[in-house]
Design a binder for this molecule. Structure first.
Ligand code: URA
Length: 319
């Protein structure tokens, strides 16, 4: 889909005609026409309210940056595109009215440019939209799923030996999904799956160092300095591995429950680190990947990630 062309032309024309319109001010000229005590944001809100009275199909071509009290943006309207506030509302940012307020307040960017027109038409398939600098997942064809993998399920989508795989838990969507990294057959907990290849790739790539947190049941008793040892680094056969954080959750006599966070992705890394430190793991559960937590998701079930979670995942890998 081309995004340039007639839209830009129309925008330019509108800019040229605009000087003759009542209430329009030249760039840089102070907003002398605003009544005392009324801020540009107030005016923008009033416009949004008035627009909503005219129903969803009001002619938003009459709304301009100068009308809204903000700086004129030079974003090209995408021919046949969708109104920005509609895209934001559909992504779960809030009601259309609220999204219009965000736009009026200059908090919304499209492809790196602040857009203050309520009716700007955008292409959610190809454009990057941010609110307060945070990317909003706006593509409706993209799905982001958290799965609580039970022990005994392979982190693959098929198995030549007929063992249970994640596909058995995911149903119809399974084929199209990438899974972010792997867990051992006997490890339980949070797996992220998505059809957003770019994000999945980055989340799994060691370069981005996305932290993962695990709860491990280990043989005890656990000495006071175990955390220090793990954070300083443990020598493994393929090099030193270190934890970012460590804490003892519970002491259970000859066993202990510990929580460890690390941004490593090497095979069996948690089990190897703890075994090397003298505390072999008898049960391992992943509870967090980046900003996404397992929470109360029941084993063997899935949930869709929220807009906020996906936005935070993007931020975690610089997208
Ligand atoms: N570390 C392990 O030892 N196993 C896993 O499944 C994940 C991290």
């Amino acid at each position: 889909m081309t995004r340039a062309g007639s839209g830009r032309q129309r925008d330019t024309q509108r800019g040229n005609e605009g000087g003759a319109r009542a209430g329009r001010r030249a760039p840089g000229q102070p907003s002398a026409s605003l009544p005392p005590g009324l801020s540009a944001a107030d005016l923008a809100r009033a416009k949004a309210a008035a627009a909503s009275l005219s129903g969803p199909d009001f002619d938003d071509d009459d709304w301009t940056a100068a009308d809204g009290g903000g700086e004129r943006d030079s974003l090209t309207d995408v021919p046949g595109g969708v109104r920005l506030q509609k895209v934001l509302a559909a992504a779960g940012v809030g009601s259309r009215r609220y999204c219009e307020e965000l736009i009026g307040e200059g908090r919304v960017e499209v492809d790196g440019e602040v857009v203050r027109r309520f009716g700007a038409r955008v292409d959610p398939q190809h454009q990057i939209i941010r609110v307060d600098g945070k990317r909003i997942p706006v593509r409706e064809d993209l799905v982001y799923i958290a799965l609580n993998k039970p022990a005994g399920v392979l982190t693959t989508m098929s198995d030549s030996r007929g063992r249970p795989t994640m596909a058995d838990l995911l149903g119809d969507t399974a084929e199209r999904l990438f899974h972010v990294g792997r867990l051992d057959l006997d490890t339980e907990g949070l797996m992220l799956l998505m059809n957003d290849g770019d994000l999945a790739h980055r989340l799994a790539h060691p370069r981005f160092g996305v932290p993962k947190t695990y709860l491990a049941e280990v043989s005890g008793p656990v000495p006071k300095d175990l955390g220090r040892q793990l954070i300083t680094g443990v020598e493994l056969e393929d090099g030193v591995a270190s934890a970012d954080r460590f804490r003892v959750v519970e002491r259970l006599g000859t066993r202990a429950l510990v929580e460890i966070t690390l941004h490593e992705g090497r095979k069996h890394i948690v089990k190897r680190m703890l075994a090397t430190a003298g505390h072999p793991v008898s049960r391992l559960v992943r509870t967090q990947v980046g900003p996404v937590t397992l929470g109360s998701l029941r084993p063997g079930t899935t949930r869709r990630l929220s807009t906020k979670e996906v936005g935070e995942l993007y931020a975690a890998v610089g997208l």
